[in-house]
Design a binder for this molecule. Structure first.
Ligand code: ADP
Ligand code: NA
Length: 330
């Protein structure tokens, strides 16, 4: 009766996490690692399914790992490693490719969306088989639970189908994982464009709160956040998206309920709300930012931590791969 295994991955695709990633991923994971045997993977092999700058990818992979560690992912208790350092991911993905139907892979909506944007001449076969690599990531660790957003549900279904198909063809080998779809309650919106989700690919930097921004810059962005023409501090996503977003940020980091915040700010102005939001966000971010910069300042120590974790991951993954190779006749 072992502790259930959780697997989750993050793309090393920006210099800094933004407050949406921080709340939507990091805070969830640091909580879940208490109750699960957690494996977290910086998925640099997924990142090269679109063209990359080698030096930038290397730097962003380190920075991503450093931010998760600084933000509370415990690399002694949980496993936090870089995907390309465990070769079983590529090896199992190849085997799974051979039992994936071409039509089945063609039906993945994320692939269809991304390839439609890129055009077929620049779309790589790697992008096409991305979900198969993701299935390998999950199945290698005998994962029971995968926390994902709604947009990843189809990929988890494919993972489950591939695991069941392999098991029925070659004998019981893989644990069939369950998705845990994250609740969308703490979704964070762009400060300048509060109708759209905050995203690393936002068109204006002023709308995005980066974990690694200087605290004064964070405060300035919050003070310039778009609100509305009346003065009422009330949560109403439809009519008051900017104010609602500020209340969500406050509530998430202060732990005060939205209703209590509405009462607390009654008769006060948007300037007061923004000042308080800036205080709670920078209070949360500052120690994590400082710890991240410390980790990045000692690359040898960070690399040592990551290679120790890759060894732990490799030991787990190799057992599954050995089982698979034996079953298929290698
Ligand atoms: P982005 O939209 O910036 O490209 P990703 O799609 O890489 O972010 O998401 C990485 C993780 O961060 C996911 O777990 C996702 O649910 C979470 N996340 C991203 N943006 C937000 C947001 N605006 N609000 C809440 N969670 C978010
Ligand atoms: Na744990």
């Amino acid at each position: 009766n072992r502790t259930p295994r959780l697997f989750s991955g993050m793309q090393p695709s920006a210099d800094s996490l933004h407050v949406g990633n921080y709340i939507g991923a990091l805070m969830q994971w640091r909580e879940m690692q208490q109750n699960y045997d957690a494996v977290f993977c910086v998925v640099d092999m997924h990142a090269i399914t679109v063209p990359q700058e080698p030096e930038l990818l290397r730097a962003q992979t380190r920075r991503t790992a450093a931010q998760y560690i600084a933000g509370g992912i415990d690399p002694e208790n949980s496993v936090l490693f870089v995907q390309s350092q465990v070769s079983a991911h590529a090896e199992l993905a190849w085997v799974l490719n051979t039992i994936t139907g071409f039509g089945e892979a063609s039906r993945m909506t994320q692939y269809k969306d991304k390839s439609a944007k890129q055009g077929s001449d620049t779309t790589s076969v790697g992008l096409f088989t991305y979900p198969v690599l993701m299935a390998a990531d999950i199945l290698l660790y005998d994962t029971t639970i995968v926390p994902v957003g709604e947009d990843q549900r189809q990929h988890i279904e494919l993972t489950r189908d591939l695991a069941a198909r392999f098991n029925s063809r070659f004998g019981d080998t893989f644990v069939i994982p369950e998705p845990q779809i994250q609740k969308a309650t703490a979704k964070i919106y762009d400060l300048q464009n509060p109708e759209s989700k905050m995203s690393k690919s936002a068109t204006t930097d002023a709308g995005v709160l980066w974990l690694l921004d200087e605290p004064s810059k964070t405060a300035k962005k919050i003070k310039s956040a778009v609100t509305d023409a009346d003065r009422e501090i009330r949560f109403d996503r439809g009519a008051k998206p900017g104010v609602s977003n500020l209340l969500t940020l406050h509530s998430t980091f202060s732990g005060t309920s939205i209703a209590d915040l509405e009462a607390q700010f009654e008769g006060k102005g948007y300037g007061d709300l923004k000042k308080d939001v800036a205080d709670v966000v920078t209070a949360e971010f500052t120690p994590v930012r400082e710890r991240t910069l410390e980790l990045l300042d000692d690359p040898a120590e960070l690399d040592r931590m990551l290679s120790k974790n890759a060894e732990r991951a490799n030991e787990m993954a190799q057992k599954t791969l050995d089982r698979v190779y034996d079953r298929i006749g290698f």
